[in-house]
Write a protein that binds this ligand. Structure first.
Ligand code: ADP
Ligand code: MG
Length: 159
C-alpha cells in the first residue's frame, strides 16, 4: 500500500491511523510486533514514529534517538486507545540504527529478548542496517523523499 503525504502533519495522521490498526490487531503473535522503517535522512521516519506514539495515547514527546540508539516507552503507564482498553502491548521500543553497521551492534542492548516478547512493539529506523536481527514477520514501511513537502510511504510485509 502506497500513500503520498503533502506535509508532516499528514504523515503523522497516517501514523495515527496505523497505530489504531495495530491496537485493533487480534493476531496470535508469539513475538514482538516489529515495524521496520527505511528511507534516507529527512524522509519522515521519526515524524511517523511521533504520530504513531501519539496514536497509541502516549503524551510524552518522542525525539529522534540517533544518539541513544534505543528508547523505551512504557505503554502500560498510558491509557492505550484500543476499544476494550486492554493493554495489549506493555512497551514500545524506538531504535535509530543510522550509525550501526550490523545487527550485531544491537546484541548488547538485549534486542533478541526484546523481539521475543509479544508484549513489545519495536519500531526500527534504518532497519536495513541491522537486517540480521530482524524477524521474518514484520511490517515494513519505506519512506521516499519526493520534494520539499511530499513523501511517499509504502507499507508491506516481510524483510
Ligand atoms: P527521518 O527520521 O527519516 O530522518 P524526520 O522525520 O526526522 O526524518 O524529518 C523529516 C523532515 O521533513 C522534518 O523536518 C519534517 O518537518 C519534514 N517534512 C516535510 N514534509 C514532510 C512529510 N510529508 N512527511 C514527513 N516529514 C516531512
Ligand atoms: Mg529519524
Amino acid at each position: 500500500m502506497n500513500i503520498i503525504t503533502k506535509n508532516s502533519k499528514e504523515t503523522q495522521k497516517i501514523a495515527k491511523l496505523f497505530a489504531g490498526e495495530v491496537l485493533a490487531l487480534k493476531d496470535d503473535r508469539k513475538k514482538a510486533l516489529v515495524v521496520a522503517l527505511n528511507g534516507e535522512l529527512g524522509a519522515g521516519k521519526t515524524t511517523f514514529v511521533q504520530g504513531f506514539v501519539r496514536g497509541l495515547g502516549v503524551k510524552e514527546d518522542i525525539s529522534s534517538p540517533t544518539f541513544l540508539i534505543m528508547k523505551k516507552v512504557q505503554l502500560h503507564k498510558h491509557l492505550l486507545k484500543n476499544k476494550d482498553k486492554k493493554p495489549v502491548f506493555r512497551n514500545l521500543y524506538h531504535l535509530d540504527c543510522y550509525r550501526l553497521k550490523s545487527g550485531k551492534d544491537l546484541l548488547d542492548l538485549d534486542i533478541k529478548e526484546i523481539i521475543e516478547d509479544s508484549e513489545n512493539i519495536v519500531l526500527i529506523e534504518w532497519a536495513k542496517n541491522v537486517k540480521s536481527i530482524l524477524p521474518k514477520d514484520l511490517i515494513r514501511i519505506d519512506f521516499e523523499y519526493k520534494n520539499e513537502k511530499e513523501r511517499s510511504i509504502n507499507f508491506s510485509w516481510g524483510k
